[in-house]
Every structure is written in C-alpha cells, then in structure tokens.
Write a protein that binds this ligand. Structure first.
Ligand code: DQA
Length: 146
C-alpha cells in the first residue's frame, strides 16, 4: 500500500507559526513522524508540502496516475474555500482523508466550513501529529485491498 501525504500552505512554517495552536514541532519533525508511523503499519508513504493551490491539484492527479492507494490531505486554509481542490478530489477515484492539526470546530467561524469534507472519506482533526496517524490507520484498515 502506498499513501501520499499532501500538506498545503504555511505548513512549512510549523514550529514558527502560531505555536500556541500548532505546537513547537517543525514540518521536518512531522515528516519523520509520518515515516516512522508508516513503517510500523507496513505502508509506503510520500510526503509533499506546497504553498500553491495548483500544485496540490497536480499532486492529486499524479497520485491517481501513479496508482497510489490513498491520499492524506491537509489543505491548510484552502480547506475553507477551494472548490478547485474539491473538484480534483471528486475527479479521481481515490480515497482522500482530510486532516488538520488543530480543532476547526473550536476556532474562528470561517474555519468551521470545509468545502472538501463531503468528497473525503473521513476527517481527523485537533490532535496535532496524531490526527495524521489516525488518518493513516483509517486508510490501512478501510482500504487494505488497494
Ligand atoms: C489547518 C487549519 C486551517 O484552518 C489553517 O488555515 C491551516 C492549518 C490545521 O492543520 O489545523 O493552515 O489546516
């Protein structure tokens, strides 16, 4: 099983940005964590971070072409308004799991809206890095045949 993790805008600034919300750990730490968890679960992962909407869409298309088993997607603020990312998820026949480090339900009103949720397989949020682990476990349990 091979899984693609896509992290969107400003997640490269983990460890610098709003530490009271996102914590002290960096994106490098997140990558190391993800590789260690994937190894434990016996799956292959690729991790990609970009600050650009189109690059997220291109990666979703690429995951489909390269026959990945699923995608873990944290689109950052694009979560709240990118119909283009929603359309890309809908276009490909791949399970996509929405992930957030913070709990969107307890933050500003605009963050309570996710325009991608309806087209995602599941959502995990509010647990920092552990949200990603839950997403990995979800894909492994629900889509082990892919
Ligand atoms: C985020 C939440 C978004 O609202 C925000 O714009 C981010 C990060 C999270 O992981 O908690 O950039 O997706």
């Amino acid at each position: 099983m091979n899984i693609l993790v896509i992290n969107g805008p400003n997640l490269n600034l983990l460890g610098i940005r709003e530490k009271e919300i996102y914590g002290e750990a960096t994106h490098d730490d997140l990558e190391k964590f993800l590789h260690a968890e994937a190894k434990k679960l016996g799956v292959r992962i690729d991790v990609f971070q970009t600050n650009h909407e189109g690059a997220i869409i291109d990666k979703i298309h690429e995951a489909y072409r390269r026959k990945f088993s699923g995608i873990i997607l944290n689109p950052g603020a694009y979560t709240h308004y990118s119909y283009a990312i929603r359309d890309a998820i809908k276009a490909v026949d791949l399970p996509v799991v929405e992930v957030h480090l913070s709990d969107l339900e307890s933050r500003e009103n605009f963050r309570k809206v996710s325009v991608i949720r309806e087209v995602c397989d599941a959502v995990f949020m509010g647990k920092g890095f552990l949200s990603y682990r839950e997403a990995l476990e979800h894909l492994v349990v629900s889509h082990a045949d892919q």
